[in-house]
Ligand binder design. Structure first.
Ligand SMILES: [Zn+2]
Length: 449
């Protein structure tokens, strides 16, 4: 297996202490072989990585096609629900071909931002009117193929989506593209999707308590449990979901999911915005993870979730760019801390190392890749280098490199990205997709056509 040697000016090795200086990192095939600190001078045969090198960033919550809504849906009045109408009109148009191209460009943007693995929360399964394609998993295959062309890993989180409300009302309009007849039909379809490629794995999602009737949630849980697959779900993103769930089921969404057996260490609750103290305890006591998507939550006027309280209660925190208002995991990471500051008018809720942990190891664990997200021998060789000489990062304190990157750097400062030992981005250029902005504009125009 080919051995590549890198010399990182600084590297964050997952410790609270911050960044180490002068780190020699050897990869062998898709793994890190050795990691040695304290090398002030780079060996002549090592690829130099000026800046701070991080483990791969994990985007734990994505709906790839929402990228086509950026720059079109942010102005004006309304709520999540008015935004959803625009999203549905896009969802109605996509074909396997146009979705593949859009997702490939979106995943390439992610690679440029240092994202080495995406959790794709996938519900756009079927053709118009809900007719399955000849291959009923054709859309899933398009997404896995798109990730390959962008050079990143994917956890395809296939979504069970059966109803249009907590009362079990049937799907209407474009929602019929998302649906299966029931949870066992969903399980039968997903069970046939077994991509035989190293960069992909398959997990399950219960879209939300709005979209899966309570009696059918255990079937989805059983499918995931049998396969030891990850289970994700949208949880209490909007107060109206809580109100409807309480009115119909006399329980909060978290209580309903707990009763259905859906909580546990392989489960990730996305958003977890509007929770009671007892909801938080149910999540923490069951080791259920939470995924915050602050740039989407602020774009959609969702509210601010209780991140610190959830983490203190035992829920691992991961991060996602969700609706892709921006694709920048560093922005998601600092927003968790900065939102807490806005809420309680104090600073210092999360250490920079905790925010980096959420963006790296915790995100990969939430996506079922526990051997990724850390620069250490034996781990998957993902490396993300952030420049320290840009207009945003220049002038940093060498004693606080990790915090400088978390609070000042943006996706555009990412210069080098290695995924599973393979260089994917060099000097800010994607090595597999020649012109990512053009791929985005062409595929977005085609998606809306
Ligand atoms: Zn979502």
């Amino acid at each position: 297996m080919p051995v590549i040697r890198y010399w990182a000016e600084y590297a964050w090795l997952g410790t609270e202490a911050g960044a180490s200086k002068g780190v020699l990192i050897e990869t062998e095939g898709d793994r890190f072989a050795t990691v040695t600190g304290g090398l002030g001078t780079p060996p002549t045969d090592a690829v130099r990585l000026p800046g701070l090198s991080l483990p791969g960033l994990a985007n734990a919550h994505s709906h790839a096609f929402h990228r086509a809504l950026r720059g079109r849906t942010h102005a004006g009045k309304g709520t999540f629900w008015t935004w959803r109408e625009a999203m549905y009109s896009l969802a109605a148009r996509l074909t396997p071909g146009s979705y593949r191209d859009l997702a490939a460009a979106t995943f390439a943007e992610m690679a440029l931002a240092g994202i080495t693995c995406v959790g794709e929360f996938h519900y756009l399964h079927h053709g118009p009117d809900g007719q399955p394609y000849d291959d009923p998993n054709e859309m899933s295959a398009a997404l896995v193929d798109a990730a390959a062309s962008a050079g990143i890993r994917i956890t395809l989180l296939d979504t069970c989506y059966l109803a249009s409300g907590v009362d079990g009302a049937p799907l209407t309009g474009v929602q019929r593209r998302f649906g299966d007849a029931d949870a066992s039909a969903w399980a039968a379809r997903v069970g046939k999707f077994r991509p035989d490629v190293a960069h992909a794995s398959v997990g399950a999602t219960v879209h939300s308590v709005r979209a899966v009737p309570a009696a059918q949630i255990p079937d989805v849980v059983a499918w995931a449990t049998q396969r030891e697959a990850q289970l994700h779900l949208h949880l209490s993103e909007q107060r109206s979901e809580n109100v409807a769930c309480l009115a119909h089921h006399h329980r909060s969404p978290t209580e309903l999911l707990a009763d259905a057996g859906a909580l546990g260490p392989r489960t990730t609750a996305v958003h977890a915005t509007h929770l009671s103290d007892s909801d938080r305890a149910l999540l923490g006591d069951s080791d259920t993870g939470v995924c915050f998507c602050p740039t989407t939550e602020r774009d959609l006027a969702d509210g601010i979730g209780p991140a610190r309280a959830l983490v203190d209660g035992g829920s691992p925190l991961s991060l996602g760019s969700d609706g892709h208002a921006v694709i920048d995991l560093l922005e998601e990471a600092r927003a968790v801390e900065l939102d807490e500051r806005l809420r309680d008018e104090h600073r210092g809720h999360f250490a920079a190392s905790e925010l980096l942990q959420a963006a790296t190891a915790a995100g990969h664990a939430a996506l079922g890749w526990p051997d990724a997200g850390v620069i250490a021998p034996g781990a998957r060789a993902d490396l993300v280098t952030v420049r320290l000489d840009t207009v945003r990062t220049a002038g940093f304190d060498p004693g606080e490199v990790a915090a400088a990157v978390v609070f000042a750097a943006v996706a555009a400062d990412v210069s080098h990205v290695v995924v599973d030992g393979r260089p994917v981005v060099r000097d800010g250029h994607h090595l597999l997709v020649d012109d990512v902005p053009r791929a985005l504009s062409v595929s977005i125009a085609a998606a809306w056509a």
